[in-house]
Write a protein that binds this ligand. Structure first.
Ligand code: NAD
Length: 262
């Protein structure tokens, strides 16, 4: 299916690996030009090369190493260009742990990275999208918004704040101007992030990591972890021309792990 977005410009955060890279790959295959952002330049440049090799229809790939959660990082991004048609907000998730050990600064950092950064990126881009009559915001959040994860209290809290804000904004006059705002909620995807959180869970339980990983896999109806590639394909669809009537939604991608009917 032609998603009707070739030639558009996308900003993809946290895109040197994992889910962000999966989204950027799916977009360049659709002929979308991308600016990919991550903190470490070396891995990011390798990812950019990979993306150039996969790009279709002359899609351009730009890479910028910066911390997207800082004012300076965002200034560097918008110094390059501001007229993005598609923005995929994404950065590293907050650390796992016990809430008793988190001080105020720990919470501020999590809220900054996983709530305020997406809001700043949205603020900087949606009015331009509305003026041009087309815009797609996709926030990579987490299944923890729908079903909290015990060791990820910072994620449960900060991302729920973003979700509440986006629910209101998506239903504003932006909707009539061609701008959609949706959240993609990953369950368990096979990335570095998943491996790191499983290691913490294993240490907490006093079990081996292989045992913890196997138990987690068993709790998923699909009996496997998702891949960044299949995550990216759904993201690209949310960015498509065909998805124009879909806004303010929370799309759970978890292989059937969530037990509820809705
Ligand atoms: P990952 O660790 O594999 O990749 C994270 C990417 O973000 C990397 O490219 C890294 O360089 C970049 N990054 C991190 N902090 C950044 C910053 N401040 N500025 C710019 N770039 C930054 O992680 P992932 O598994 O792809 O996860 C992506 C997001 O999805 C995270 O917020 C994570 O918490 C969330 N999530 C992941 C899963 C999962 O199973 N993988 C599940 C739920 C939620």
């Amino acid at each position: 299916m032609d998603l009707g977005i070739a030639g558009r410009w996308a900003l993809v955060g946290g895109a040197s690996k994992g889910l962000g890279l999966g989204c950027a790959q799916a977009l360049v295959r659709e002929g979308v030009n991308v600016l990919v952002v991550a903190r470490g330049d070396q891995v990011l440049q390798q990812a950019a090369e990979q993306l150039r090799a996969q790009a279709q229809l002359g899609a351009q790939v730009q890479a910028l190493a910066c911390d997207i959660t800082t004012v300076q990082g965002r200034q560097a991004i918008f110094g390059l260009r501001r007229d993005f048609d598609i923005v995929v907000t994404n950065a590293g998730g907050p650390p796992p742990g016990d809430f008793r050990s988190w001080d105020r600064q720990t919470w501020i950092d999590a809220i900054d990275a996983n709530m305020l950064t997406p809001i700043e990126l949205i603020k900087a881009t949606v009015d331009g999208m509305a003026a041009r009559g087309f815009g797609r915001i996709v926030n990579i959040t987490s299944s923890s918004v729908k079903a909290p994860i015990d060791i990820l209290g910072l994620s449960n809290g900060a991302r729920s704040g973003l979700t509440g804000f986006v629910a209101g904004l998506a239903r504003s006059d932006l909707a009539a101007q061609g701008v959609t705002i949706n959240n993609l909620l990953p369950g368990a995807f096979d990335t570095d992030r998943l491996r790191a959180t499983q290691a913490v869970a294993a240490a907490k339980l006093g079990k081996g990591i292989e045992e913890v990983v196997a138990t987690r896999r068993q709790a998923i109806a699909a009996r496997r972890f998702g891949t960044a590639e299949e995550f990216g394909e759904v993201c690209a669809f949310l960015c498509s021309a065909q998805a124009a009537y879909m806004t303010g939604q929370n799309i759970l991608l978890d292989g059937g792990a969530y037990p509820g009917t809705f």
